[in-house]
Design a binder for this molecule. Structure first.
Ligand code: AOF
Ligand code: ZN
Length: 347
Protein backbone atom coordinates (compact mmCIF):
# COMPACT_ATOMS: atom_id res chain seq x y z
CA UNK A 1 0.00 0.00 0.00
CA UNK A 2 1.31 3.43 -0.89
CA UNK A 3 2.17 5.95 1.83
CA UNK A 4 -0.84 8.26 1.46
CA UNK A 5 -3.23 5.29 1.28
CA UNK A 6 -1.71 3.79 4.41
CA UNK A 7 -2.32 6.91 6.48
CA UNK A 8 -5.80 7.61 5.10
CA UNK A 9 -6.63 3.99 5.92
CA UNK A 10 -5.61 4.75 9.50
CA UNK A 11 -7.84 7.87 9.43
CA UNK A 12 -10.80 5.68 8.38
CA UNK A 13 -10.03 3.25 11.18
CA UNK A 14 -9.94 6.09 13.73
CA UNK A 15 -13.11 7.66 12.31
CA UNK A 16 -15.04 4.43 12.97
CA UNK A 17 -14.56 4.93 16.71
CA UNK A 18 -17.31 7.55 16.36
CA UNK A 19 -19.87 5.12 14.89
CA UNK A 20 -23.28 5.91 16.30
CA UNK A 21 -22.30 9.05 18.24
CA UNK A 22 -21.39 11.67 15.62
CA UNK A 23 -24.83 12.15 14.02
CA UNK A 24 -25.72 14.57 12.42
CA UNK A 25 -22.01 14.99 11.80
CA UNK A 26 -19.95 12.53 9.76
CA UNK A 27 -17.33 10.16 11.16
CA UNK A 28 -13.90 11.67 10.55
CA UNK A 29 -10.37 10.56 11.45
CA UNK A 30 -7.05 12.39 11.22
CA UNK A 31 -3.36 11.54 11.67
CA UNK A 32 -0.29 13.75 11.71
CA UNK A 33 2.87 12.35 10.18
CA UNK A 34 6.48 13.52 10.50
CA UNK A 35 9.30 11.64 8.76
CA UNK A 36 7.00 8.69 8.03
CA UNK A 37 6.04 8.36 11.67
CA UNK A 38 2.65 9.09 13.23
CA UNK A 39 3.09 11.84 15.84
CA UNK A 40 -0.58 12.59 16.47
CA UNK A 41 -4.02 11.05 15.98
CA UNK A 42 -7.62 12.01 16.56
CA UNK A 43 -11.20 11.46 15.54
CA UNK A 44 -14.49 13.27 15.79
CA UNK A 45 -16.36 11.81 18.76
CA UNK A 46 -19.63 13.67 19.00
CA UNK A 47 -21.50 16.54 17.33
CA UNK A 48 -20.69 19.76 19.18
CA UNK A 49 -17.31 18.44 20.28
CA UNK A 50 -13.95 19.10 18.56
CA UNK A 51 -13.41 17.86 15.02
CA UNK A 52 -10.89 15.14 14.13
CA UNK A 53 -8.11 17.58 13.15
CA UNK A 54 -8.38 19.47 16.46
CA UNK A 55 -7.99 16.25 18.44
CA UNK A 56 -5.09 15.11 16.23
CA UNK A 57 -3.24 18.44 16.58
CA UNK A 58 -3.84 18.53 20.35
CA UNK A 59 -2.38 15.03 20.69
CA UNK A 60 1.01 16.07 19.23
CA UNK A 61 3.49 16.45 22.09
CA UNK A 62 6.18 18.47 20.32
CA UNK A 63 4.13 21.18 18.57
CA UNK A 64 7.26 22.55 16.81
CA UNK A 65 7.15 19.45 14.55
CA UNK A 66 3.82 20.61 13.09
CA UNK A 67 5.66 23.10 10.85
CA UNK A 68 7.38 20.14 9.12
CA UNK A 69 4.54 17.61 9.25
CA UNK A 70 1.71 16.35 7.03
CA UNK A 71 -1.85 16.18 8.32
CA UNK A 72 -4.05 13.42 6.88
CA UNK A 73 -7.82 13.65 7.20
CA UNK A 74 -10.53 11.38 5.78
CA UNK A 75 -12.84 14.35 5.03
CA UNK A 76 -12.02 17.86 3.82
CA UNK A 77 -11.22 20.16 6.78
CA UNK A 78 -14.15 22.48 7.41
CA UNK A 79 -14.17 26.16 6.55
CA UNK A 80 -17.19 27.37 8.50
CA UNK A 81 -18.05 28.42 12.03
CA UNK A 82 -20.55 25.76 13.11
CA UNK A 83 -20.69 24.41 16.63
CA UNK A 84 -16.89 24.61 16.44
CA UNK A 85 -14.44 26.96 14.61
CA UNK A 86 -13.02 26.07 11.16
CA UNK A 87 -10.40 23.31 11.05
CA UNK A 88 -8.76 24.82 7.95
CA UNK A 89 -7.97 27.98 9.99
CA UNK A 90 -6.41 25.84 12.72
CA UNK A 91 -4.19 24.04 10.18
CA UNK A 92 -3.12 27.41 8.72
CA UNK A 93 -2.47 28.84 12.19
CA UNK A 94 -0.25 25.90 13.07
CA UNK A 95 1.64 26.30 9.78
CA UNK A 96 1.28 22.66 8.76
CA UNK A 97 2.78 22.67 5.23
CA UNK A 98 1.00 19.64 3.75
CA UNK A 99 -2.59 18.34 3.90
CA UNK A 100 -3.79 15.02 2.44
CA UNK A 101 -7.56 14.58 2.19
CA UNK A 102 -9.66 11.47 1.57
CA UNK A 103 -12.67 13.16 0.03
CA UNK A 104 -14.39 16.55 -0.36
CA UNK A 105 -17.08 17.45 2.22
CA UNK A 106 -20.54 17.41 0.52
CA UNK A 107 -22.00 19.79 3.14
CA UNK A 108 -22.92 23.00 1.28
CA UNK A 109 -21.34 25.02 4.12
CA UNK A 110 -17.95 23.49 3.24
CA UNK A 111 -18.00 21.81 -0.23
CA UNK A 112 -14.51 22.70 -1.43
CA UNK A 113 -14.14 25.95 0.57
CA UNK A 114 -11.89 24.28 3.13
CA UNK A 115 -9.54 23.10 0.37
CA UNK A 116 -9.62 26.55 -1.25
CA UNK A 117 -8.68 28.25 2.02
CA UNK A 118 -5.73 25.89 2.52
CA UNK A 119 -4.42 26.35 -1.02
CA UNK A 120 -4.75 30.13 -0.78
CA UNK A 121 -2.63 29.99 2.37
CA UNK A 122 0.13 28.29 0.37
CA UNK A 123 -0.38 24.80 1.77
CA UNK A 124 0.27 21.77 -0.45
CA UNK A 125 -3.06 19.93 -0.70
CA UNK A 126 -3.71 16.43 -2.09
CA UNK A 127 -7.34 15.34 -2.47
CA UNK A 128 -8.94 11.98 -3.34
CA UNK A 129 -7.00 9.29 -1.49
CA UNK A 130 -9.10 6.13 -0.92
CA UNK A 131 -12.01 8.29 -2.00
CA UNK A 132 -14.50 5.40 -2.37
CA UNK A 133 -13.69 4.06 1.09
CA UNK A 134 -14.04 7.54 2.65
CA UNK A 135 -17.35 7.98 0.85
CA UNK A 136 -18.60 4.54 1.95
CA UNK A 137 -17.64 5.37 5.56
CA UNK A 138 -20.15 8.23 5.54
CA UNK A 139 -22.61 6.92 2.95
CA UNK A 140 -25.60 8.19 4.96
CA UNK A 141 -24.13 11.71 5.37
CA UNK A 142 -23.18 11.88 1.65
CA UNK A 143 -26.60 10.71 0.42
CA UNK A 144 -28.35 13.15 2.74
CA UNK A 145 -26.30 16.16 1.59
CA UNK A 146 -25.93 15.28 -2.11
CA UNK A 147 -29.31 13.74 -2.91
CA UNK A 148 -31.33 15.68 -0.33
CA UNK A 149 -32.92 12.49 0.94
CA UNK A 150 -32.11 9.83 3.54
CA UNK A 151 -29.94 6.79 2.77
CA UNK A 152 -32.51 4.03 2.20
CA UNK A 153 -31.95 0.41 3.21
CA UNK A 154 -34.53 -2.23 2.33
CA UNK A 155 -34.66 -5.30 4.52
CA UNK A 156 -36.72 -8.44 4.30
CA UNK A 157 -36.51 -12.18 4.92
CA UNK A 158 -37.80 -14.68 2.36
CA UNK A 159 -38.38 -18.42 2.30
CA UNK A 160 -36.35 -20.71 0.02
CA UNK A 161 -39.19 -20.51 -2.48
CA UNK A 162 -39.37 -16.70 -2.39
CA UNK A 163 -42.23 -15.81 -0.02
CA UNK A 164 -42.05 -13.24 2.78
CA UNK A 165 -45.03 -14.75 4.62
CA UNK A 166 -47.09 -17.95 4.33
CA UNK A 167 -50.70 -17.98 3.11
CA UNK A 168 -52.24 -18.80 6.47
CA UNK A 169 -50.81 -17.05 9.47
CA UNK A 170 -50.98 -18.37 12.98
CA UNK A 171 -52.88 -16.13 15.40
CA UNK A 172 -50.54 -16.94 18.27
CA UNK A 173 -47.00 -16.96 17.02
CA UNK A 174 -45.32 -15.43 14.02
CA UNK A 175 -43.61 -17.76 11.57
CA UNK A 176 -39.90 -17.01 11.70
CA UNK A 177 -37.93 -17.29 8.50
CA UNK A 178 -34.63 -16.33 10.10
CA UNK A 179 -32.83 -17.74 13.13
CA UNK A 180 -32.27 -15.85 16.39
CA UNK A 181 -28.75 -14.74 15.39
CA UNK A 182 -30.07 -13.05 12.29
CA UNK A 183 -32.82 -11.41 14.30
CA UNK A 184 -30.19 -10.01 16.63
CA UNK A 185 -28.23 -8.77 13.63
CA UNK A 186 -31.37 -6.94 12.48
CA UNK A 187 -31.54 -5.17 15.85
CA UNK A 188 -27.91 -4.12 15.44
CA UNK A 189 -28.78 -2.77 11.99
CA UNK A 190 -31.73 -0.85 13.43
CA UNK A 191 -29.43 0.77 16.00
CA UNK A 192 -27.19 1.98 13.16
CA UNK A 193 -29.94 3.93 11.37
CA UNK A 194 -31.83 7.04 12.37
CA UNK A 195 -35.24 5.70 11.41
CA UNK A 196 -37.17 2.52 10.68
CA UNK A 197 -40.18 2.50 8.39
CA UNK A 198 -43.04 0.01 7.93
CA UNK A 199 -46.50 -0.02 6.37
CA UNK A 200 -49.81 -0.37 8.26
CA UNK A 201 -50.34 -4.02 7.37
CA UNK A 202 -47.09 -4.93 9.13
CA UNK A 203 -48.25 -3.08 12.26
CA UNK A 204 -51.67 -4.74 12.17
CA UNK A 205 -50.31 -8.26 11.48
CA UNK A 206 -47.26 -8.29 13.77
CA UNK A 207 -47.81 -5.47 16.32
CA UNK A 208 -44.03 -4.83 16.25
CA UNK A 209 -42.07 -2.66 18.70
CA UNK A 210 -39.46 -1.86 16.04
CA UNK A 211 -36.85 -1.34 18.75
CA UNK A 212 -33.36 -2.71 19.41
CA UNK A 213 -34.10 -4.87 22.46
CA UNK A 214 -31.65 -7.61 21.35
CA UNK A 215 -28.83 -5.10 20.95
CA UNK A 216 -27.57 -2.17 22.99
CA UNK A 217 -27.82 1.04 21.03
CA UNK A 218 -30.17 3.81 20.04
CA UNK A 219 -33.73 3.08 19.06
CA UNK A 220 -34.40 4.57 15.62
CA UNK A 221 -37.36 6.91 15.09
CA UNK A 222 -40.34 4.74 14.09
CA UNK A 223 -42.12 5.77 10.91
CA UNK A 224 -45.41 4.20 9.83
CA UNK A 225 -47.35 4.59 6.66
CA UNK A 226 -51.00 4.39 7.77
CA UNK A 227 -53.12 5.74 4.94
CA UNK A 228 -56.55 5.12 6.49
CA UNK A 229 -55.59 5.46 10.18
CA UNK A 230 -56.20 1.76 10.83
CA UNK A 231 -53.63 1.27 13.61
CA UNK A 232 -55.19 0.16 16.91
CA UNK A 233 -54.70 2.56 19.80
CA UNK A 234 -53.12 -0.12 21.98
CA UNK A 235 -50.45 -1.06 19.40
CA UNK A 236 -46.84 -1.00 20.56
CA UNK A 237 -46.12 1.60 17.92
CA UNK A 238 -48.29 4.16 19.75
CA UNK A 239 -46.81 3.46 23.20
CA UNK A 240 -44.95 6.81 23.32
CA UNK A 241 -41.73 4.99 24.30
CA UNK A 242 -39.80 6.00 21.18
CA UNK A 243 -40.10 8.94 18.78
CA UNK A 244 -42.71 7.94 16.20
CA UNK A 245 -44.07 9.59 13.04
CA UNK A 246 -47.29 8.35 11.45
CA UNK A 247 -48.18 9.36 7.87
CA UNK A 248 -51.88 9.24 7.02
CA UNK A 249 -54.42 10.68 4.61
CA UNK A 250 -56.03 12.79 7.32
CA UNK A 251 -54.61 14.63 10.28
CA UNK A 252 -54.91 13.13 13.77
CA UNK A 253 -54.19 15.11 16.91
CA UNK A 254 -52.30 13.72 19.86
CA UNK A 255 -50.88 14.97 23.12
CA UNK A 256 -48.22 12.25 23.28
CA UNK A 257 -44.85 14.03 23.20
CA UNK A 258 -43.07 11.34 21.16
CA UNK A 259 -45.79 11.03 18.56
CA UNK A 260 -46.30 13.11 15.42
CA UNK A 261 -48.99 12.69 12.77
CA UNK A 262 -48.37 14.02 9.29
CA UNK A 263 -50.39 14.10 6.09
CA UNK A 264 -49.42 12.63 2.72
CA UNK A 265 -51.18 12.85 -0.62
CA UNK A 266 -51.79 9.16 -1.29
CA UNK A 267 -52.83 9.86 -4.88
CA UNK A 268 -49.26 10.92 -5.68
CA UNK A 269 -45.95 9.03 -5.46
CA UNK A 270 -45.67 7.97 -1.83
CA UNK A 271 -42.00 7.01 -1.83
CA UNK A 272 -40.76 10.41 -2.97
CA UNK A 273 -43.08 12.27 -0.59
CA UNK A 274 -41.79 10.12 2.27
CA UNK A 275 -38.17 10.65 1.26
CA UNK A 276 -38.79 14.43 1.26
CA UNK A 277 -40.61 14.38 4.59
CA UNK A 278 -37.92 12.26 6.27
CA UNK A 279 -35.25 14.61 4.89
CA UNK A 280 -37.11 17.58 6.40
CA UNK A 281 -36.94 15.82 9.77
CA UNK A 282 -33.11 15.85 9.31
CA UNK A 283 -33.08 12.06 9.35
CA UNK A 284 -30.05 10.82 7.39
CA UNK A 285 -30.95 7.14 7.05
CA UNK A 286 -33.92 4.80 7.17
CA UNK A 287 -34.26 1.03 7.17
CA UNK A 288 -37.50 -0.17 5.59
CA UNK A 289 -38.71 -3.46 7.01
CA UNK A 290 -41.89 -4.11 5.08
CA UNK A 291 -44.38 -5.20 4.12
CA UNK A 292 -44.19 -6.15 0.52
CA UNK A 293 -46.20 -3.22 -0.79
CA UNK A 294 -44.18 -0.60 1.10
CA UNK A 295 -40.87 -2.12 -0.03
CA UNK A 296 -42.06 -2.41 -3.62
CA UNK A 297 -43.20 1.24 -3.64
CA UNK A 298 -39.65 2.37 -2.88
CA UNK A 299 -38.16 -0.07 -5.42
CA UNK A 300 -40.52 1.09 -8.16
CA UNK A 301 -39.64 4.73 -7.42
CA UNK A 302 -35.95 3.75 -7.65
CA UNK A 303 -35.50 5.17 -4.16
CA UNK A 304 -33.21 2.72 -2.43
CA UNK A 305 -29.50 2.31 -1.76
CA UNK A 306 -29.10 -1.13 -0.24
CA UNK A 307 -31.24 -4.25 -0.02
CA UNK A 308 -30.44 -6.79 2.69
CA UNK A 309 -32.31 -10.03 2.13
CA UNK A 310 -32.22 -13.11 4.36
CA UNK A 311 -32.94 -16.40 2.65
CA UNK A 312 -34.25 -18.91 5.20
CA UNK A 313 -34.37 -22.69 4.84
CA UNK A 314 -38.15 -22.90 5.19
CA UNK A 315 -40.56 -23.54 2.24
CA UNK A 316 -43.99 -21.86 2.20
CA UNK A 317 -45.26 -23.08 -1.22
CA UNK A 318 -47.74 -20.18 -1.29
CA UNK A 319 -48.19 -16.83 0.41
CA UNK A 320 -47.00 -13.25 -0.12
CA UNK A 321 -44.27 -13.08 -2.75
CA UNK A 322 -41.03 -11.26 -1.88
CA UNK A 323 -40.47 -7.82 -3.45
CA UNK A 324 -38.78 -7.74 -6.84
CA UNK A 325 -35.79 -5.46 -7.26
CA UNK A 326 -35.39 -3.51 -10.45
CA UNK A 327 -32.70 -1.25 -11.82
CA UNK A 328 -29.01 -2.12 -11.78
CA UNK A 329 -27.33 -3.34 -8.65
CA UNK A 330 -24.37 -5.33 -7.44
CA UNK A 331 -25.18 -8.52 -5.58
CA UNK A 332 -23.15 -10.16 -2.84
CA UNK A 333 -23.99 -13.48 -1.18
CA UNK A 334 -22.80 -13.58 2.39
CA UNK A 335 -23.20 -16.36 4.94
CA UNK A 336 -24.09 -14.89 8.33
CA UNK A 337 -24.36 -17.20 11.29
CA UNK A 338 -25.68 -20.25 9.38
CA UNK A 339 -27.89 -18.15 7.17
CA UNK A 340 -27.60 -16.71 3.73
CA UNK A 341 -27.75 -12.96 3.48
CA UNK A 342 -27.98 -11.49 0.04
CA UNK A 343 -26.76 -7.92 0.00
CA UNK A 344 -27.51 -5.75 -2.99
CA UNK A 345 -26.03 -2.31 -3.51
CA UNK A 346 -27.74 0.06 -5.87
CA UNK A 347 -25.40 1.47 -8.54
C1 AOF B 1 -14.05 18.47 9.83
N1 AOF B 1 -13.64 17.55 10.74
O1 AOF B 1 -14.03 15.95 12.22
C2 AOF B 1 -15.86 16.83 11.06
C3 AOF B 1 -16.28 17.75 10.06
O2 AOF B 1 -21.36 21.96 13.74
P1 AOF B 1 -19.93 21.64 13.54
O3 AOF B 1 -19.01 22.77 13.83
O4 AOF B 1 -19.51 20.40 14.32
O5 AOF B 1 -19.74 21.30 11.99
C4 AOF B 1 -20.34 20.17 11.43
C5 AOF B 1 -19.96 20.03 9.97
O6 AOF B 1 -18.54 19.98 9.84
C6 AOF B 1 -20.46 18.71 9.36
O7 AOF B 1 -21.75 18.83 8.80
C7 AOF B 1 -19.41 18.44 8.29
O8 AOF B 1 -19.65 19.22 7.15
C8 AOF B 1 -18.15 18.94 8.96
N2 AOF B 1 -17.58 17.83 9.73
N3 AOF B 1 -15.36 18.52 9.47
O9 AOF B 1 -13.26 19.26 9.35
C9 AOF B 1 -14.48 16.73 11.37
N4 AOF B 1 -16.75 16.05 11.73
ZN1 ZN C 1 -13.74 20.94 11.18
Amino acid sequence: MKRHEKYIQRCIQLAKNGLGTTYPNPMVGSVIVYEDRIIGEGWHKKAGEPHAEVNAINSVKDKSLLKKATIYVSLEPCSHFGKTPPCSDLIIKNEIPQVVIGTVDPNIKVAGNGIKKLIEAGIEVTVGILENECHELNKRFFTFHQKKRPFIILKWAESQDGFISPKTKSEQKPVWITNSYSRQLVHKWRSEEQAILVGTQTVIDDNPKLDVRDWSGNNPTRIVLDQNSRIAENSHILDNQVKTIIFSKTKTNTDKENLTFEILDFKKNIASQLADAIYKHQIQSVIIEGGRQTLQTFIDANLWDEARVFKGNIFFKEGTKAPILSGSYLEKHIIVQDELLISRNHD
